[in-house]
Design a protein around this ligand. Structure first.
Ligand SMILES: *[C@@H]1O[C@H](CO)[C@@H](O)[C@H](O)[C@H]1NC(C)=O
Ligand SMILES: *[C@@H]1O[C@H](CO)[C@@H](O)[C@H](O)[C@H]1NC(C)=O
Ligand SMILES: *[C@@H]1O[C@H](CO)[C@@H](O)[C@H](O)[C@H]1NC(C)=O
Ligand SMILES: *[C@@H]1O[C@H](CO)[C@@H](O)[C@H](O)[C@H]1NC(C)=O
Ligand SMILES: *[C@@H]1O[C@H](CO)[C@@H](O)[C@H](O)[C@H]1NC(C)=O
Ligand SMILES: *[C@@H]1O[C@H](CO)[C@@H](O)[C@H](O)[C@H]1NC(C)=O
Ligand SMILES: *[C@@H]1O[C@H](CO)[C@@H](O)[C@H](O)[C@H]1NC(C)=O
Ligand SMILES: *[C@@H]1O[C@H](CO)[C@@H](O)[C@H](O)[C@H]1NC(C)=O
Ligand SMILES: *[C@@H]1O[C@H](CO)[C@@H](O)[C@H](O)[C@H]1NC(C)=O
Ligand SMILES: *[C@@H]1O[C@H](CO)[C@@H](O)[C@H](O)[C@H]1NC(C)=O
Length: 667
């Protein structure tokens, strides 16, 4: 005991001594080690100080390449069908071949190329994230932007009217750095609502469109433009504020920004320059220098790779912290991973920035709901609202019963119409609430029929399950017992559902898919709201399960859809990144390992770095054209609600306006 105390105090003494000696200057990572706020230049200096390790590079490319054999859309994405052709035309395998032979000044530059190559798919399911760099620090400006429309209908980029309230609450320890960067006559707060006439000397929309080329995640242009701007989301921690790509970057892409602004009620303009400042993420493992940075944050961690389920007592391998951080849903605990999910991966972790109190809905909360879903009654007492920021984060049972309870309560309080606000809902459980009850569109299949990719390794996994009984507990995705055929009849344990394959030629490439899979979701027992009295609202950033929900509601039931924000001359889609069921490399690795196929030459090796590659594992068929994937069919919103200073990021004001335009006011 005494020895321990002596050792501890020696250790503490050593630490405080270390604090006093000047930091070593020749290690660029030592300069940022232990710091909360750093400059993006210093962060980049650390990131770019590592040369490409050819072994690691080959490993990453190999894992991505072989994992893509399970991604349904590789060949479609070489040149997506209209109306998406202009936005999705990435030949991944060709680009991976290019990357494998190309040299890079640093490992960080290699990462940028890999990340952007995958992001060019504009498919939030098929993303490469290396946690060694992505969101290790978030690079912030204190001035989130909004696209506002004035009384003449003109649209301009503005600093969000609530910018200072958000930034001063979120960055109390850094706000003075930004204030000090401004001319003494300009208070940071006075920039609230200012019109942004130019960014980096160019029309503000040049920056919006430049970002739309690299932000990824959504096929529609309007949605990627919207990601530049601030927005809100209801989640497990209540109402959060999303800074948008201009004011928050997951990599240190920009060091400062020069703007020409016209402040509210001013006739003159001001040129200002503000530095970006990078803040360490709370879950970044602490480091002091290059060696500890790499060791603590860049190597594979628990869950990066899969496991042979026959060697564990569990029914699923743990998902890594990295997967849970970047999946766009509150973390689903391991116990629930057997539930099928469809969820977007994004390089931006879920936000914990608070929506300012003045913007948080103060209308009465109606009991019901669950982690990421909350019910409200609008002041008219006839419009109920479901704020639904995710289809995950809770058990599926808690979600379903909470949704039903809220809907029933709204009805009993007299609500006859419903707004579902799915802003920034990145998905979650596949079988989301069906609010229209049993009808010929929801029984027996309230979801979409789907198909999986039928590659040679997938086929071997199914054969191993059938012939070698490697999955007695029915834990694997490829187990026939988990699926129904197109007549909604379940497969028998020995039905090889990948044979015969459906052979297709897509963009000139031979491809193979499973037969069509049927029944997936059941509707609620009763119709609680008539579809004509329901409106689904979002900023367009509704993906994955949220897309499946919105699409079935809009196309099968005629529910109206609204996109808030957006440029009036760009078509606005109410969702994107549809998929059908998503998964990640580690879960596929578990399939491979449990099927005893890890030695097969087609099997991806274990990943050596703290990364994740996502895929669309099943792709949903369309509603209007049931022969083709829904992913490539249009999802145009009924209404694009143009934002004004009164509406922007104010959920209740938005709901009230929509009620007038599409519900009460219409009848
Ligand atoms: C990707 O895998 C295919 C085999 O599926 C192989 O032909 C190709 O060379 C691989 N590409 C790279 C860049 O490793
Ligand atoms: C950030 O940097 C990129 C690339 O250098 C540039 O195109 C873009 O305009 C910059 N954005 C801002 C906001 O400074
Ligand atoms: C701008 O002028 C209007 C009308 O005089 C006033 O109501 C508003 O408070 C002013 N806003 C600011 C930020 O000065
Ligand atoms: C592993 O497989 C063997 C042989 O099939 C079986 O007896 C054993 O119960 C399995 N163990 C687990 C944990 O699944
Ligand atoms: C809505 O209900 C509340 C509480 O019962 C009541 O105070 C309010 O007057 C009602 N509003 C309308 C528009 O009927
Ligand atoms: C479903 O029922 C509606 C009437 O309720 C009918 O108009 C429609 O054609 C039916 N659709 C199918 C696919 O049977
Ligand atoms: C589904 O399976 C049932 C039972 O084996 C069979 O009768 C039916 O034809 C199958 N449907 C399809 C579309 O293959
Ligand atoms: C599908 O293509 C494979 C070769 O890739 C071929 O062996 C098989 O016969 C084809 N199946 C059908 C139904 O055409
Ligand atoms: C893979 O091959 C090695 C060497 O041949 C062997 O020791 C190992 O058991 C094999 N692993 C699996 C999962 O088949
Ligand atoms: C709704 O918002 C629009 C701006 O998008 C505005 O022109 C309209 O007057 C508002 N309508 C109501 C009823 O508030």
């Amino acid at each position: 005991m005494t020895t321990l105390i002596v050792l501890l105090s020696l250790f503490t003494a050593a630490l405080s001594f270390a604090d006093e000696i000047p930091r070593q200057t020749n290690d660029p990572c030592a300069k940022i080690g232990g710091q909360k706020w750093v400059s993006p230049e210093d962060l980049r200096a650390c990131y770019t100080s590592f040369a490409v390790d050819p072994v690691i590079k080959e490993n990453i490319v190999d894992v991505i390449n072989k994992t893509l054999a399970f991604h349904t859309s590789v060949n479609y994405e070489i040149s997506a069908p209209e109306p998406f052709t202009e936005f999705v035309h990435e030949d991944l395998l060709k680009d991976l071949a290019r990357i494998s032979t190309q040299s890079y000044p640093s490992d960080y530059d290699l990462h940028l190329d890999l990340s952007r190559t995958l992001k060019r798919l504009n498919d939030g399911h098929c993303v490469w994230i290396n946690s060694c760099y992505v969101a290790l620090f978030l690079n912030f400006l204190p001035i989130p932007l909004a696209l506002l429309t004035d009384f003449t209908g003109a649209q301009n980029v503005h600093i969000a009217p609530e910018a200072f309230a958000v930034a001063s609450a979120e960055f109390p320890d850094e706000i003075s750095v930004w204030q000090d960067a401004l001319p003494p006559a300009i208070q940071l707060q006075s920039l609230d609502g200012a019109k942004v006439l130019s960014i980096e000397g160019q029309d503000s929309f040049v920056a919006v469109d430049t970002n739309a080329l690299i932000t990824g995640s959504f096929q529609p242009l309007g949605t990627r433009q919207n990601s530049f701007f601030s927005s809100y989301q209801f989640g497990d921690n209540g109402w959060t504020y999303i800074m948008g790509d201009f004011a928050q970057q997951s990599l240190p892409l920009n060091d400062s920004v020069t703007l020409v602004v016209q402040r509210v009620n001013e006739s003159t303009t001001d040129a200002i320059q503000l530095p970006y400042r990078a803040r360490i993420n709370p879950d970044t493992v602490k480091f002091t220098d290059s060696a500890s940075y790499r060791a603590n944050n860049c190597l594979a961690i628990l869950g990066t790779n899969g496991v042979d389920l026959n060697e564990t007592a569990d029914s699923a391998a743990p998902l890594s912290e990295t997967v849970m951080k970047f999946q766009q849903q509150p973390p689903i605990s391991k116990t629930f991973t057997k539930e099928r999910v469809n969820v977007m991966l994004d390089t931006t972790p879920l936000s914990d920035v608070a929506l300012p109190p003045s913007l948080i809905p103060s209308v009465p909360v109606v009991s019901g709901g669950f982690g990421s879903g909350q019910f409200y009654m609008q002041p008219d007492n006839i419009t109920g609202v479901l704020a639904l920021g995710s289809f995950g984060g809770d058990t599926i049972d808690a979600m379903m019963s909470g949704m039903l309870e809220g809907l029933v309560n709204l009805r009993s309080l007299g609500a006859t119409q419903l707004i579902v606000d799915v802003s920034n809902n990145g998905g979650g459980f596949i079988c989301a609430a069906e609010i229209v009850g049993p009808k010929n569109t929801t029984v027996p299949q309230a979801g979409l029929d789907t198909k999986a990719r039928d590659g040679p390794l997938a086929r071997l996994i199914v054969q191993q399950i059938i012939q070698s009984n490697v999955d007695p507990d029915q834990d694997l995705l490829y187990n026939p017992l988990n699926w129904d055929n197109a007549s909604n009849v379940g497969f028998a344990a020995d039905d090889d559902w990948l044979l015969p394959p459906v052979n297709l030629t897509i963009n000139g490439h031979a491809d193979a898919f499973s037969q069509r899979l049927g029944q997936e979701c059941q509707p609620n027992d009763e119709a609680l709201f008539s579809a004509s009295n329901v409106v689904i609202v979002s900023n367009g950033r509704c993906a994955s399960s949220c897309s499946l929900f919105s699409i079935t509601m809009a196309k099968e039931e005629g529910v109206k859809t609204v996109v808030i924000g957006g440029k009036s001359d760009v078509q606005q889609a109410y969702c994107g990144t549809v998929g059908g069921q998503s998964t990640v490399f580690s879960e596929l690795d578990t399939e491979v390992k449990t099927a005893k196929l890890k030695n097969n030459t087609l099997a991806p090796p274990d990943l050596l770095v703290n990364g994740v590659q996502g895929v669309t594992w099943r792709l949903g068929f369309g509603i209007q054209d049931p022969t083709q994937p829904e992913e490539w069919q249009p999802h145009l919103a009924t209404l694009n609600l143009l934002l004004t200073p009164d509406l922007v990021n104010n959920p209740v004001a938005i709901w009230t306006n929509i009620t007038e335009q599409l519900l009460t006011g219409k009848s």
